[in-house]
Design a protein around this ligand. Structure first.
Ligand code: MG
Length: 425
């Protein structure tokens, strides 16, 4: 943490940003002076960017036509604006924390279970495959996919629900909004601005859901939630890729943990179909290899269906630009039959894995840790590291939420011990 005055972390006037150039940052003079030293290239950055994106369809998000960054910057010379966003995300501190944050199983429960980091990489892989087929912007889908869970609390959904309960009187806690807060404000990497100063289109993709109240506060970024418009095709792809990734890796992790069984999954059509085809193609394989062969077939079936159905929707709505994508109905979608099958798999996981008593015990422990930390810090903010203390009592709960949300699973457990366990720690 820096020694920056902590009340800048949650300045609502900053959160209400929209398009580029709508803000002047105290350090923005440094941006223009950096810019002048980079200007002497043979090809203008705009031309280079356009060349890197010449294969894209007209309905794709083109970096050269981005609605820009909150703090204007000189365009990059050897990559597009969306590549720069992706690169900033990979180099961020919040991205490294994902390695030690729960997806379903707490990080220390086993080395082979997915974490938020491997989940995000799987989302990016699926989203890029789809994007390339549809001739939309792979760099943008990758940036959105890698950033979409940056605001997740420790302990997965149990942690998010607990923090949301703690924050009920103070505006709630929502991990999509927190991901946006991470990239807009909380990262401390650049001299000229707080956050990563990402493009509008990347931030729009990160903000998957939003209440009407929050949408009003977010200005241009929140408008689509108020007027019923869609985000880019790239954002829509990242959203569906997220579901494809977690449904499948939760089946794999669930089987690995022994909390669900292959026999139970026989009730799920998607599993039954591809398990049978894997067995018939490879009669001699079993165990983990048969599970992997089945899961890869399910992922492939979902991805192929998504590309086919979306291609039909593109032909039907014929958007000629990103703006026409925004006004059209949702374009990225599964066929009705595959959507129903994917929903059945999701219901199966909910009932048999996410509500399994062993997962519920972990969730209960997570709730106690998050709630215990929140209550202790609220009762006495002097227990907080100084950057999270503020003299503004109204802002204090949000800073506590930022502190807790940034914790990895094991950091949260350690912090809980430091506060509540009388022992040598
Ligand atoms: Mg996700």
């Amino acid at each position: 943490m820096s020694d920056r005055p902590s009340d800048t972390l949650n300045d609502p006037s900053r959160a209400a940003s929209g398009d580029a150039a709508s803000h002047s940052h105290p350090l923005s003079a440094q941006v223009s002076s950096q810019g002048s030293s980079q200007a002497a290239t043979h090809v203008s950055p705009d031309q280079a960017s356009a060349a890197l994106e010449s294969h894209l369809a007209p309905y794709a998000a083109h970096a050269s036509q981005s609605r820009g960054r909150r703090y204007p910057e000189t365009p990059p010379s050897a990559r597009t604006e969306f590549q720069r966003d992706r690169d900033r995300i990979v180099h961020s501190t919040a991205f490294r924390r994902l390695e030690y944050k729960t997806q379903v199983f707490v990080n220390h429960e086993g080395d082979l279970f997915r974490t938020r980091l491997t989940h995000s990489l799987e989302v990016a892989q699926i989203a890029r495959s789809v994007a390339r087929n549809l001739r939309v912007n792979e760099d943008l889908v990758e940036a959105i996919s890698l950033a979409h869970d940056l605001g997740h609390t420790p302990f997965g959904h149990a942690g998010q629900d607990a923090l949301n309960d703690c924050m009920r009187e103070h505006g709630g806690f929502e991990h999509n909004l927190q991901s946006l807060a991470v990239v807009d404000d909380l990262e401390e990497h650049y001299g000229a601005f707080d956050g990563l100063n990402l493009c509008f289109e990347t931030r729009e993709g990160i903000l998957k859901h939003c209440s009407r109240d929050n949408a009003r506060r977010l200005g241009a970024l929140g408008e689509r939630f108020l007027d019923g418009r869609q985000p880019s095709i790239e954002a829509q792809i990242a959203n569906v890729a997220d579901e494809i990734a977690y449904n499948n890796h939760d089946v794999d992790d669930g089987l690995r943990s022994g909390l669900i069984t292959v026999e139970q999954l026989a009730d799920v059509e998607l599993w039954r179909t591809h398990h049978a085809s894997a067995r018939s193609d490879f009669p001699l394989i079993d165990g983990r290899r048969l599970i992997h062969e089945t899961v890869r077939r399910i992922i492939n079936a979902l991805v192929v269906d998504l590309i086919d159905t979306t291609t039909q929707n593109l032909a039907r709505y014929a958007p000629g630009s990103l703006d026409e994508v925004r006004s059209a109905p949702p374009i990225v979608a599964h066929s009705e039959s595959i959507a129903a099958q994917a929903a059945a798999l999701k219901r199966f996981l909910f009932k048999n894995l996410y509500r399994h008593y062993k997962v519920m015990r972990m969730a209960n422990k997570a709730r106690r840790v998050v709630t215990g930390l929140f209550d202790a810090f609220t009762d006495d903010p002097r227990l907080l590291p100084p950057p999270y203390q503020t003299a503004d009592a109204a802002q204090q709960p949000r800073l506590i939420a930022h502190y807790i949300a940034g914790m990895t699973d094991r950091y949260a457990l350690k912090e809980y011990q430091r506060l509540f366990v009388i022992a040598d720690n």
